[in-house]
Design a protein around this ligand. Sequence first.
Ligand code: NAP
Length: 263
Amino acid sequence: MKSTTHIFGCIADPIDHVKAPTLYSKVFLERKINAIMIPVHVNEKNLGEVINSLKKIKNFRGLTVTIPHKVNVLKYCDELEDTADQTGAVNWIKFNNNKVIGNNFDGIGFVRGLLNKNYIINDKRVSIFGAGGAGMAISFALQSYNLKELKIINRDQNKLNKLIKRLKNHFPKTTLIGENFLNYDISKSDIIINATSVGMKSDTTIPFKVLNTKQNSLIAEIIMEPELTFLLKEAKKLNKKIHLGKYMLESQIDLVGEYFNLW
Ligand code: NAP
């Protein structure tokens, strides 16, 4: 570290599960970028005060924002980039001349992760479990592709309806199907994504039965802890193609670096 080092933070509560500080600091070192990312453990009550203070530190460039702050942080942003505006959630903020600018790389990170592993998205039937922040970001990012079908499955019907309405407002031509956990069909889906928090940490439940998916389908996770969730273990047992949750975060790094003019 030098006196001119750029500081980035990862703001969360709880903080113990976050992977970004280790990951980003390692990349900065490997790419010889004079920057570091530190964990910033802040509860909701102090979020605004902390952001307003950090933006005054001249070499503090920005923060990656995670659970539970992605939506609350919006009210402390002076400007929003398109993806944050569309999804109503922020996973990065940039400090720029005392201004706080909100952005969201989650959806594009997931999509880039698939493309980096040479999966084709155009012309596919995609099912997403989860209409929370991550499910919403991925659904929006997928609108740039020519999908045969996009199905979103969520437990809370109200939240699902809100997401569908939001997507249709921004993309009136979208072909969307919303289903709930009691009644869904994923037997024709080519890519099935778990964007719920089911399977996190020591949770041994799975969001859907892998047996109900077709032979050549891809089972994609966005959970990073554990790397191999019960869902992915089940998929592996049945000789399915699997896609790890960590690729979503890793694929955001290049985009974030470009956004901050680091490379
Ligand atoms: P969120 O906004 O809180 O949404 C949680 C989602 O999970 C909702 O759709 C919720 O459904 C569903 N859910 C939770 N418990 C459930 C259960 N028992 N049965 C069925 N559905 C359930 O969280 P998020 O920000 O979208 O994050 C979701 C997961 O993605 C987390 O594990 C997070 O760590 C991970 N994530 C990973 C990355 C990455 O870069 N890899 C990025 C962002 C998030 P209801 O609406 O019915 O409650």
